[in-house]
Design a protein around this ligand. Structure first.
Ligand SMILES: *Cc1c(COP(=O)(O)O)cnc(C)c1O
Length: 375
């Protein structure tokens, strides 16, 4: 069976973990943590980066930093992972779900302004498949209405909007290193702070509500409880693993792009014949080859294609279910129809894409999809 995903190990992970362990410093915020954070700050021009135990945790930190409270409204695409919304629901926010674009699952920036009310506090955008949202427009809307923008860049490492790294544009942004992403640490994430007003408090929230980070830098002579917070920082063991991956990012990205491009060129004839749609990234976005998906014509066809591929020993998987229709949120949703979200929930199918996937297997997968449509 060709799996959907297989976590890639560069080979240096265990050596770095041994180094962290033998250094005697295995709690958080040590040398490897600082190296990983520095990597994001310098390469992607992020003002302050903090490693977290997951992207979910980084999103929860965003909700705390933005002082989200009962009754606040946050605009979020419905076609996303639950954590994007859940982090804000935990602080009492009402989620106002936005629809996706017709040409791409990203939030439709032209529909955002109509959702803003006096209670709106923030817009959370998701760079789906690593393709950028229309950030100039979204930042301008936020500025006009004094709102904050959070980029859920979980899938978007090493992708750019008009030359700017995704995760460096919103007031805050979050990354994921879950084993399904391009760069992994098993579980893991990062909070990017691009608006300086949040830097000092972010370290406090990260350190269980204490000013311990400032203490260790010698800026204050004792530390204590100064705010709310939690245990958001990962151990050095996780950071050591992550460092091995970050060091190898160019190689990882090059291989993923090869796979992506081969899928695209081999499946193009099926799009030309009107059977499927292929992912199209807007001209303002790069492609970080996080995901290769196809859009089937309808739900039943996708179900048949999944079964057909399973019979050919290929594991292809669908993705998000509309959050506005979820068991937890449908009764809280304001009832608006979100047709594009539903359409992606029904029609999108992700194909295997991982570092060790052989190009011969990519060819085999593409040929099986052709066989399905040509029968
Ligand atoms: C993976 C993912 C998350 C969650 O990341 P974790 O690190 O597993 O918490 C959140 N949002 C999006 C868009 C994701 O793809």
């Amino acid at each position: 069976m060709i799996p959907f995903n297989k976590p890639f190990l560069t080979g240096k992970e265990t050596a770095y973990i041994e180094q962290a362990v033998s250094s005697g410093m295995i709690s958080g915020n040590g040398m490897f943590t600082k190296q990983c954070q520095h990597f994001f700050e310098t390469k992607y021009h992020i003002k302050k980066a903090l490693l977290t135990t997951s992207c979910t945790d980084a999103l929860e930190m965003c909700a705390i930093l933005l002082n989200i409270k009962e009754g606040d409204e946050v605009i979020i695409p419905s076609y996303t992972f639950v954590s994007t919304a859940n982090a804000f629901v935990l602080r009492g926010a009402k989620i106002v779900f936005a629809d996706s674009k017709s040409e791409h699952p990203n939030i439709d920036e032209t529909k955002i302004e109509a959702l803003i009310t006096p209670k709106t506090k923030a817009i959370v955008v998701v760079h789906y498949a690593g393709f950028a949202c229309e950030m100039d427009t979204i930042m301008a809307i936020a500025k006009k209405h004094s709102l904050f923008v959070v980029e859920d860049a979980a899938q978007a490492i090493e992708s750019y909007y008009k030359g700017k790294a995704l995760g460096s544009i919103g007031h805050l942004a979050t990354f994921s290193f879950h084993e399904t992403k391009n760069i992994i640490s098993g579980e893991g994430g990062l909070l990017a702070i691009n608006d300086e007003q949040f830097i000092e408090r972010s370290e406090i929230i990260w350190e269980k509500g204490t000013n311990r980070s400032a203490f260790f830098r010698g800026e204050i002579n004792k530390y204590g409880w100064v705010d709310i917070g939690s245990s958001f920082l990962p151990s050095e063991i996780i950071a050591a693993f992550l460092w091995a991956q970050l060091e190898t990012i160019d190689d990882i990205q090059a291989k993923r792009k090869l796979i992506w491009n081969q899928y695209a060129s081999q499946l193009q004839p099926l799009e030309d014949k009107g059977f499927i749609k292929l992912p199209k990234h807007p001209e303002y976005s790069t492609n970080n080859a996080h995901m290769f998906y196809v859009l089937c014509r309808n739900y039943d066809e996708r179900t048949q294609l999944i079964s057909f591929l399973i019979a050919k020993e290929i594991k292809a998987v669908f993705h998000y279910l509309s959050l506005h229709k979820s068991v937890f949120y449908h009764s809280k949703h304001d009832g608006r129809m979100l047709p594009m979200t539903d359409s992606y929930a029904d029609r999108l199918l992700r194909l295997p894409l991982f570092y060790e996937l052989d190009l011969k297997d990519v060819s085999y997968i593409a040929n099986q999809i052709k066989a399905f449509y040509e029968h």
